[in-house]
Design a binder for this molecule. Structure first.
Ligand SMILES: Cc1cc2nc3c(=O)[nH]c(=O)nc-3n(C[C@H](O)[C@H](O)[C@H](O)COP(=O)(O)OP(=O)(O)OC[C@H]3O[C@@H](n4cnc5c(N)ncnc54)[C@H](O)[C@@H]3O)c2cc1C
Length: 373
C-alpha cells in the first residue's frame, strides 16, 4: 500500500467467508473497506457448511493458505467474538484399508502434534459405545471448528463496526471495473475491487468462469441431535473423506478407493464424504454428498441422505440419528483448478475457491491477495 493521507479504498463484492477474509486483511493492512452483499445476510455456501477449518487435511498451495488461515480465525474468535474453537480433527479408521491411510499420514503430521490412537482410545475420545469401537484413529490437534451459522455474520458485524469498515447488505453489484463498482444503489468509487461471489462468479464475469470451467457442486447436509452427550470433541472424518483431501493422497488411499468402489459403490455413486462437526448446542452437522451441475437443482434425494446418515449412525454406534434439519449447499467447482483467481482489469481482483475449502483457505487467501495491492 502506498502512503497517502487518506487510506486507499477497497470494495469487496460478497459477504461470504472469502469476501470477509479479504475485508479483514484489508482493514488490518490500513485500507478503508466497503463490503457489498446482495442479500440481507449471507445465506449461501459460507453458512451451509460444516465450519471445519481443516488445515491438517490439505496439501500444497491449499495447505499453505489453510495454515495461514488458522491464526486469522483465532484472532477473529478473540476480536470479533466468532463462535469457534480449536477442536482438532480425528480421522476414524474402521477397516484395515482406512487404517493404512491414516498410518501413512501420521508420520507426516507428527511434527504438528498428530497422534495415532488405538481403537479404544478413539472410542474414548469420541465417547463411542464399546460395540462401535473402530480400528484406529488419527488425531490432528490444530484444526478449528466454527459455527457456520453465525461465523460470517459475526465477522461482517466486526467489519461494519470498524472505523474504516462498512458493510452494505441488500445491494447488488452489476459491474466492476478499474476504480469503481456499479450497484443497485449507485456507483461506488474505489482503488481496488475484490469480487468474491463464490459460485456466482459467472454472473459478473461469464468469460472468466467459462474459461475456468466453473460449475456448481451441490451437497446434501443434515443437522442431527447427538445420540448421547459427546462433549465438544474434534471434527470427525471417515474413510470416504480419505478419498477427498489432498493430505491423504497416496497408494493407501488408492487401495481404499478400489476397496470402497467394490464394496460400497453407493459411496462412490454419491461421491460421499461422511463426516461431522460437533456444535455447542449438542447437535452434529452431518454430510455430505457431491454432484456437479451447470445450475444445481434444489431437490434433495432422500436415498442419498439415508446413505450418509446410516454410515454416520454406524460410526456413532446408534440405530438411527434424529434429524433436525436438512439443506442443500452449493459451492463453485472446477476440474481445471482449485482457485479462479484473475485480474481482468487493473485493480479488479476476482477470487473464487473452486474446490470446496473456503472455510479452510479463505482467510489466508484474503491475506495473500491484499498483500499484493
Ligand atoms: C455443504 C457444504 C459444506 C462445506 N464444508 C466446508 C468445510 O467444512 N470446510 C471448508 O473449508 N469449506 C467447506 N465448504 C466450502 C465453503 O463453504 C466454500 O468454499 C465457501 O463458503 C465459499 O465462500 P465464498 O465467500 O466464496 O462464497 P459464498 O459463501 O457463496 O459467498 C458469496 C457471497 O457473494 C454474494 N454475491 C454474489 N453475487 C453478488 C453480487 N453481484 N452482488 C453482491 N453480492 C453478491 C452472495 O450473495 C454470497 O453471500 C462447504 C461447502 C458446502 C456447500
Amino acid at each position: 500500500m502506498t502512503t497517502t493521507t487518506t487510506p486507499q479504498h477497497v470494495v469487496i463484492v460478497g459477504a461470504g467467508i472469502v469476501g470477509l477474509g479479504h475485508a479483514v486483511a484489508a482493514l488490518d493492512a490500513g485500507f478503508r473497506v466497503t463490503v457489498i452483499e446482495q442479500d440481507a445476510q449471507a445465506v449461501t455456501a459460507s453458512v451451509r457448511n460444516f465450519g471445519h477449518v481443516c488445515a491438517s487435511l490439505q496439501a500444497g498451495e491449499i495447505g499453505d493458505l489453510a495454515r495461514a488461515s488458522l491464526p486469522i480465525w483465532e484472532s477473529l474468535i478473540t476480536r470479533a467474538g466468532v463462535e469457534g474453537r480449536r477442536s482438532g480433527t480425528i480421522a476414524v479408521a474402521r477397516s484395515a484399508a482406512e487404517e493404512a491411510v491414516i498410518t501413512e499420514l501420521a508420520s507426516e503430521r507428527a511434527p504438528e502434534g498428530a497422534a495415532l490412537l488405538t481403537g479404544a482410545e478413539t472410542a474414548t475420545r469420541l465417547r463411542l459405545p464399546d460395540h462401535a469401537t473402530p480400528r484406529a484413529g488419527l488425531l490432528m490437534p490444530n484444526d478449528l471448528t466454527a459455527n457456520p451459522r453465525t461465523a460470517v455474520a459475526q465477522i461482517a458485524a466486526w467489519v461494519g463496526a470498524h472505523e474504516r469498515g462498512d458493510v452494505r447488505f441488500g445491494t447488488t453489484v452489476y459491474g466492476a471495473t478499474t476504480g469503481a463498482v456499479e450497484t443497485s444503489r449507485g456507483r461506488i468509487d474505489c482503488d481496488h475491487v475484490v469480487v468474491a461471489t463464490g459460485h456466482l462468479v459467472g454472473r459478473l464475469f461469464p468469460e472468466l468462469a467459462a474459461a475456468g470451467e466453473v460449475r456448481e457442486c451441490a451437497l446434501q447436509m443434515t443437522r442431527v441431535r447427538a445420540p448421547r452427550d459427546m462433549g465438544l470433541g474434534p471434527a470427525v472424518v471417515t474413510g470416504t473423506s480419505m478419498l477427498r483431501y489432498g493430505a491423504f493422497a497416496g497408494t493407501a488411499a488408492d487401495a481404499l478407493r478400489a476397496e470402497l468402489t467394490a464394496e460400497r459403490p453407493e459411496f462412490i455413486e454419491i461421491d460421499a464424504n461422511v463426516m461431522f462437526t460437533q456444535q455447542a448446542d449438542g447437535t452434529l452437522l452431518v454430510g455430505d454428498s457431491h454432484i456437479t451441475h451447470d445450475a444445481a437443482p434444489p431437490f434433495l434425494d432422500e436415498r442419498w441422505s439415508e446413505i450418509l446418515l446410516a454410515e454416520a449412525a454406524a460410526l456413532l454406534g446408534t440405530e438411527r440419528l434424529e434429524v433436525l434439519e436438512r439443506w442443500q449447499g452449493v459451492y463453485a467447482v472446477s476440474k481445471k483448478q482449485n482457485f479462479l483467481i484473475a485480474e481482468p482489469e487493473p485493480g479488479v481482483h476476482v477470487v473464487s475457491i473452486t474446490t470446496g475449502i473456503g472455510m479452510t483457505a479463505g482467510l489466508g487467501l484474503g491475506a495473500r491477495t491484499v498483500a499484493s495491492f
